[in-house]
Write a protein that binds this ligand. Sequence first.
Ligand code: TRP
Length: 364
Amino acid sequence: MAKEKIILTGDRPTGRLHIGHYVGSLRRRVELQNSGLYDKTFVFIADAQALTDNMENPEKVRQNVIEVALDYLACGLDPAKSTIFIQSQIPELCELTFYYMDLVTVSRLQRNPTVKTEIQMRNFETSIPVGFFTYPISQAADITAFRATTVPVGEDQEPMIEQAREIVRRFNFIYGDTLVEPEILLPDNAACLRLPGTDGKAKMSKSLGNCIYLSDTADEVQKKVKSMYTDPNHLRVQDPGKIEGNTVFTYLDAFCRPEHFERYLPDYPSLEELKAHYQRGGLGDMKVKGFLNNIMQETLEPIRNRRKEFEKDIPAIYEMLRKGCETARETAAATLDDVRRAMKINYFDDAELIAEQVKKFSAE
Ligand code: TRP
């Protein structure tokens, strides 16, 4: 049998999802889910990982589990096609993590660039929680428990996937071929790799207050687009403007399609022409922002409307998640059976072991 093609990815429930999540991974996942090219899709809410740096804030994590689930459904993830579940409800993941810890050194974890930056951002330098420090190992468990072949994530997750691949190789080398080595799937467009915040800062993040959320109202979206960071030296319309580092143009790179010009800006044949005009001078920020606003409204409106529909039956969302957890547990448990067998800790389902011991002790 050809190897199954399996997608797995997840998000920490520390807030509602924003358009950075959308272009970085969410939009792609929905396409993959609907492509028919994959045998299974798993998408999960990484609440246990969120607790590794929000241990004092369990209520925040709890509240955001449902927010993220609503954002998933609103974007088109479909429980009939994807298993949507909550990380903490799959105890098998803890067991796998515990075994993988034997395969990773402290210095290897210290070299993980994402963990390094996060430690700085959270001022953890002198008091890093062990659970936080080791979350790349638990992330390897998330991925391998479901035999994922393909992990669609943003650029910041690259070190995590690399670390998971190392764990798989080491496990298979020591214990025999058991685990599947995953591949990362990054966005193909540079603007989507790391969408900047509306203030032009490198990352869209709730703590910086520079996010456009998938669930923002039309007014909120418009206000945020109108106050976006552009080229601070582009003071008068006739001045030449810069495209590099100009957030409005980065967003256009991420969201604009040819048909948007036909609909909202028929004077221009393409984004290249719009950029060229801006660089020459004679094109005002407000006109470009108006265009971007039209595109954002068109993109976000159906998402917002679907979310409103799903919000009408919250118990059904929890029930969907509960079922997803059940399916996910079955899959993870099957992998764990293989892992225990490979690691020789399957004492009670191995008749040969008992026979072998009988022989050993009767020979003495
Ligand atoms: N670390 C990811 C994030 O911060 C969430 C995550 C946890 C994840 N486990 C995963 C993503 C496994 C992909 C695969 O968004």
